[in-house]
Design a protein around this ligand. Structure first.
Ligand SMILES: CC(C)(COP(=O)(O)OP(=O)(O)OC[C@H]1O[C@@H](n2cnc3c(N)ncnc32)[C@H](O)[C@@H]1OP(=O)(O)O)[C@@H](O)C(=O)NCCC(=O)NCCS
Length: 168
């Protein structure tokens, strides 16, 4: 049986190895990684799927902030990476992980962002790029893949940065 568990119950090395297999070892160069600098995954929003001791998938979420050009400072949660072991993809595990993290985030009224495929995160989870045209990230990003979700998501120009002071 595939079980959803808190990610902290899984060995960190196993998580890193799964991420390498899902994204490739050059994943650390991605802009999203720069948004995590100095922070730790949010424990209550980060999960793993395991089956008979084998790690099948993970989702991690991170504290970031939106520093608006209008002076606003809005906490957001960066969702991802979501990763499913290549041999177990396309069987609902990614959706199960994402749904678990989003349910936990929604229960706290959190506003979310991610860099990912709109065909996946829009279709299944209501993310869109409608708010993000004026957002700046610390590295290159394909604009149509910069997605957000939540009533408090800012529709103005500003910068996304790690929320280093947050309890993680
Ligand atoms: C993307 C990923 C997390 C999806 O998880 P999964 O368990 O394979 O997918 P699910 O079974 O939950 O969902 C399958 C459905 O999503 C669709 N889908 C999967 N990945 C997609 C993508 N990147 N873009 C659009 N649709 C996608 C499938 O076509 C399928 O649709 P269907 O039900 O109509 O056939 C997983 O494939 C993965 O780890 N990929 C490599 C790493 C990655 O790109 N992660 C996401 C970026 S943060």
């Amino acid at each position: 049986m595939v079980e959803l568990v808190a990610i902290e119950t899984v060995a960190a090395a196993a998580v890193e190895s799964l991420l390498d297999r899902a994204f490739g070892p050059d994943r650390h160069a991605r802009t999203a990684y720069r948004l995590r600098a100095g922070t730790a995954p949010l424990r209550e929003l980060s999960f793993a799927l395991v089956e008979d001791g084998a790690l099948l998938g993970t989702i991690q979420c991170w504290p970031v902030r939106f520093l608006g050009d209008d002076g606003g400072d809005i906490p957001l949660v960066l969702v991802g990476p979501v990763a499913v072991a290549p041999e177990r993809q396309q069987s609902g595990l990614g959706r199960r992980l994402t749904a678990a993290a989003l349910a936990a985030a929604d229960s706290q009224g959190l506003d979310l962002m991610l860099v990912g495929d709109p065909e996946y995160y829009g279709r299944f989870f209501g993310f869109s790029a409608a708010a993000t045209a004026g957002w700046r990230l610390p590295g290159p990003v394909e604009r149509h893949r910069l997605l957000a979700r939540g009533a408090g998501v800012p529709h103005v120009a500003g910068e996304i940065a790690p929320r280093v002071t947050a309890a993680a």
